[in-house]
Design a protein around this ligand. Structure first.
Ligand code: SF4
Length: 239
């Protein structure tokens, strides 16, 4: 049962402090939220640098083949590269008969006085950039015919050679390897040509049998020496 006191007496309310208008303290100004700055534009990632695309020449080099006095062993191997067994045409390699269409000059056999002018003419008719490949040991050095009276030596006697592919006879695999090596050189030359570094035609040497090296001396030098010795003997004999 509840007591009377507890029923009639309200609990005292907590005194409310009188607050005058002037006493209202100014509310601390709330700083306006800083404007949300626009996100920095994100630049698209730079594309990865791409290697320069190989030129169409590299993807489909055209060759011209010349037999400078080969025994035909190396020529048969060059032809084998075109047969279905090796079929280099599937890589875009075409055997052309026109020097002006060719990028690579394949030479088989050693050179002699008759073939030097032909080799040089074909070389000069080819447009820059161009590459020369000596196919077989005869084209590289003269080979087994080196000491023959009418052989002047390898193809480099007549024109600058870029790739030497030795072998007797040179294997088709070696010819294909040489062409692949030649493509790298061709690309290098193409870049130099585009930069204007290969515009001057190469001055080709005038080669004759007298220029042939025998025992480290040209035939011409040996002939002059022999003539001088003969003259000396003659003067000695006649007092
Ligand atoms: S390298 Fe051998 S196969 Fe080739 S041309 Fe000379 S001798 Fe003939």
């Amino acid at each position: 049962m509840l007591s009377a006191t507890s029923q009639n007496t309200l609990p005292e309310a907590a005194p409310v402090a009188a607050v005058s208008e002037g006493a209202v303290s100014e509310a601390t100004p709330v700083a306006a939220p800083a404007p949300v700055s626009a996100p920095a534009p994100v630049s698209a990632p730079a594309p990865a640098p791409r290697a320069a695309a190989p030129s169409s020449t590299i993807r489909s080099p055209w060759l011209i083949h010349y037999d400078a006095s080969s025994c035909n062993g190396c020529d048969i191997e060059v032809l084998a590269c075109l047969t279905p067994m090796y079929d280099v045409e599937r890589f875009g390699i075409i055997n052309t008969g026109n020097p002006k269409h060719a990028d690579i000059f394949l030479v088989t056999g050693s050179v002699n006085e008759r073939t030097v002018p032909v080799v040089q003419q074909i070389y000069e008719q080819m447009l820059e950039p161009k590459v020369v490949i000596a196919c077989g040991v005869c084209a590289c050095t003269g080979g087994i015919f080196k000491e023959c009276y009418n052989t002047l030596g390898g193809v480099d006697v007549a024109i600058p050679v870029d790739v030497f592919a030795p072998g007797c006879a040179v294997r088709p695999e070696a010819i294909i390897d040489a062409v692949v090596a030649g493509l790298g050189i061709l690309e290098e030359k193409r870049v130099r040509f585009a930069a204007g570094e290969l515009r001057e035609p190469v001055a080709l040497p005038a080669v004759s049998a007298a220029d042939k090296l025998v025992d480290g001396e040209t035939v011409r030098a040996q002939h002059l020496k022999a003539a001088a010795a003969a003259q000396e003997r003659k003067e000695h004999d006649h007092g």
